[in-house]
Design a protein around this ligand. Structure first.
Ligand code: SF4
Ligand code: SF4
Length: 188
């Protein structure tokens, strides 16, 4: 994971905040940085700007930095953040609006680890019928950064495990067999 560079000196640009508010229909100014979105997001390990920080960037009008972040392409649109937000901000929809804006502005996606992330995501989905986040995170980190990448994130993973945020065993999914069949059909 690389962390996006945020300029040292920032002059807030409310007009750019309003631009993304209009596009997404979400009241970004209402975010009070409680971090609930970030704490629930299953893919922060692969993001360069975690969701609550992205919201802060948008409040400050750092729209250009936001649409150039890896985060908007890593977001799996699972809506966990949206359901957790105490201010009813549909963060997943904001991500969607940022992706649209990025494409509209012709921003070239230079996220070299995106294919690795998607491969780890799909492999976990195929095995369990839904994503098992710890397994996917380990696989992604090993593929993208090798053992050193894994070591760098080990502390964060352990802290999350101690707080009960990570389940070591994969989920039991009733429709697991159907998901496997879908993968087989797609492969054929
Ligand atoms: S959960 Fe909502 S209010 Fe809290 S940081 Fe995220 S966007 Fe802001
Ligand atoms: S919708 Fe995107 S940002 Fe929100 S929790 Fe899911 S992956 Fe994370």
């Amino acid at each position: 994971m690389t962390v996006a560079k945020i300029p040292e000196k920032i002059s807030p640009r409310p007009s750019l905040r309003r631009k993304i508010e209009d596009l997404s229909g979400q009241k970004i100014a209402a975010c009070f940085q409680c971090e609930k979105c970030t704490n629930g997001c299953p893919v922060t390990f692969a993001m360069d700007v975690v969701p609550h920080r992205l919201m802060r960037m948008l409040q400050l009008g750092l729209l250009d930095e936001a649409i150039r972040s890896d985060t908007i392409w890593v977001c799996a649109s699972c809506e966990t953040c949206t359901t957790r937000c105490p201010n009813d901000i549909d963060i997943a929809h904001v991500m969607d609006a940022l992706r649209q804006l990025s494409q509209r502005e012709g921003i070239k996606v230079v996220q070299k680890n995106a294919p690795t992330f998607h491969a780890a995501f799909l492999a976990s989905l195929r095995r369990h019928g839904r994503v098992h986040e710890p397994e996917m995170a380990v696989e992604y980190m090993l593929r993208s950064g090798g053992l050193s990448g894994l070591r760098k994130q080990a502390g964060t993973g352990m802290a999350m495990f101690k707080r009960g945020k990570i389940k070591l065993l994969p989920p039991r999914v009733r429709a697991g067999r159907q998901v496997k069949n879908i993968f087989k059909k797609v492969k054929r």
